[in-house]
Design a protein around this ligand. Structure first.
Ligand SMILES: Nc1ncnc2c1ncn2[C@@H]1O[C@H](COP(=O)(O)OP(=O)(O)O)[C@@H](O)[C@H]1O
Ligand SMILES: [Mg+2]
Length: 221
């Protein structure tokens, strides 16, 4: 297995109240698999991705990605591990507002010390159809263009896994389809593993498996 979640427990403290999101979550994913996760708002989908990325810690249990157990890593080791192994795509793009498209895409490559980041970034921006927008900053790009920059950025360091949180959630239907076409084209070319959170059945149908998240349990649809 490329990814395993073992008996994860996660609660949040909200004032005096403790909210339990996961009590005993188990999940596994094979290399190169693409899975969709659906579920109501507040079900814990983003929490799931944050746990897998190691950005937040589970109360107990363990996550193993690519044979590395998160419980065995110090915080700085986990940060390095995340930077080189995981790519992110968010609903709100999360581009750096003062960097142009090319610079945004180059960022993860620089963090990981990948060679020829500029050539790779240009190649990926071409692949997502943005070779004419290299020097534009995010405010000069449309929503669909911003998300295509984010897709290029998520792929530049050849991550083992991409985590996408409602990547077409802020796009109109037609743009969303075009952007998802690009994402899946590149993911299939590179045999990248994908966990994709979406509210769209059409988007989910592009994945090999769809899980429904409710009451802290992931059920295969
Ligand atoms: N940092 C936090 N502190 C307290 N509660 C949180 C925090 N993050 C999320 N929650 C709560 O946990 C639940 C699940 O959130 P989330 O994972 O974002 O759901 P989804 O992405 O499925 O909409 C929600 O009720 C949310 O309010
Ligand atoms: Mg969410």
């Amino acid at each position: 297995m490329m990814l395993e979640l073992k008996s994860l427990k996660k609660t949040y403290q909200q004032g005096d109240e403790k909210i339990e999101i996961y009590n005993d979550l188990n999940f596994s994913l094979k290399e190169g698999e693409q899975v969709a996760i659906m579920g109501k708002s507040g079900a814990g989908k983003s929490t799931f991705l944050s746990l897998v990325s190691g950005i937040i810690k589970a109360d107990s249990g363990d996550i193993v990605l690519n044979n590395i157990s998160y419980n065995d890593l110090q915080e700085n080791e986990l940060n390095d591990f995340r930077a080189s192994n995981i790519g992110f795509i968010f609903q709100n793009f999360h581009l750096v507002s003062y960097l142009n498209a090319l610079e945004n895409v180059m960022l993860p490559a620089k963090v990981c010390g990948i060679s020829n980041p500029k050539e790779k970034a240009i190649e990926l921006l071409k692949a997502v159809g943005l070779e004419h927008r290299l020097n534009h900053i995010p405010s000069q790009l449309s929503g669909g263009e911003k998300q295509r920059v984010a897709i290029a950025r998520a792929l530049i360091h050849n991550p083992k896994i991409i985590l996408a949180d409602e990547p077409s959630g802020n796009l109109d239907e037609e743009t969303g389809i075009a952007v998802m076409d690009k994402l899946f084209e590149l993911i299939k070319q590179n045999n990248t593993t994908l966990i994709l959170v979406t509210h769209s059945k059409d988007v989910a149908a592009r994945c090999e498996k769809t899980y429904q998240l409710a009451h802290g349990v992931l059920n295969l649809c």
